[in-house]
Design a protein around this ligand. Structure first.
Ligand code: SAM
Length: 246
């Protein structure tokens, strides 16, 4: 990771953390002041990763979990840059008689959930932890959560950071660090990692980075589709999908 990039990003992360905390405490719909997109649900995630999901022959995120359940596999999810955990909460609510999600961990900069929601999330095996995904401390927090919850690996890791992926916050030079931390924790029983990338991410650079990984099948989704509309602004971010097998 380049030192200059890192220092700049740490400064920016401190700033957005303060802004996000203020916005959430004041109860505003966080969008306009800090992020364009927040509190988004499974259907929005499905749209953002539509090409990646169909490349791996899935219709939706729910479909991934339903297929794993049919095959008696675990469904532990890590949602990086996950806002207040809405995606995990919404996904759990799509389960019919049984919980479709064994457990879900959301990593975000600020957690301002009310006590009632925290208690409900706990019942649904959902946790939100605060941390910066470019920092070692955050990955130690994730390890601790895994140990405490008996989660050896994650079956699905998602990162739909949208505006949070601007290069002043997450410089491209931090991608190898983040990807490796995810890879170490991804299940080798078809564990899937899907991540948006910043708008100018270079396909060649990303694929070169991934080609060094053994036991991986990957897909690069160009920015042509996978957009979400917010106030008329279209976020057409590229995305990456990677599956881990033995
Ligand atoms: C635009 S919101 C997207 C939230 C959610 N994924 C969605 O699609 O609705 C960006 C989120 O990324 C988080 N974030 C930004 N930079 C981060 C970083 N370096 N590490 C962890 N989370 C970060 C913010 O706290 C915020 O929750």
């Amino acid at each position: 990771m380049k030192l200059a990039d890192l220092l700049k990003s740490k400064r920016e992360i401190r700033k957005v953390t303060i802004d996000e905390k203020k916005a959430l405490r004041e109860g505003e719909k966080i969008g306009h002041e800090v992020w364009d997109i927040y509190y988004e649900k499974v259907r929005d995630y499905n749209v953002s990763f539509s090409e990646t999901l169909s490349f791996f022959e899935f219709n939706s995120f729910r479909d991934i979990l339903a297929q794993r359940k049919l095959n008696n596999l675990t469904t532990n999810i890590l949602d990086l840059m996950g806002g207040d955990g809405s995606f995990l909460r919404d996904l759990q609510s799509t389960g019919r008689r049984h919980k479709i999600l064994d457990s879900g961990l959301c990593i975000t900069l600020v957690d301002e959930r009310k006590e009632k929601l925290k208690a409900k999330d706990e019942e649904n095996n959902i946790e939100v932890e605060c941390g910066d995904i470019t920092s070692k401390k955050t990955w130690r927090t994730i390890d601790r959560w895994q140990e405490n919850n008996g989660v050896k690996n994650f079956d699905l890791v998602v990162c739909r950071g949208v505006g949070g992926l601007e290069t002043n916050i997450i410089p491209e030079s931090t991608y190898p660090y983040i990807f490796s931390r995810v890879w170490e924790r991804l299940s080798d029983k078809n564990g899937l990692f899907v991540s948006q990338l910043h708008s100018m991410a270079n396909e060649e650079t990303i694929l070169k980075l991934l080609s060094k990984v053994a036991g991986a099948k990957f897909h690069f989704q160009r920015s042509r589709s996978g957009f979400t509309e917010f106030d008329g602004i279209k976020n057409r971010l590229p995305a990456l999908g990677i599956v881990k097998t033995l």
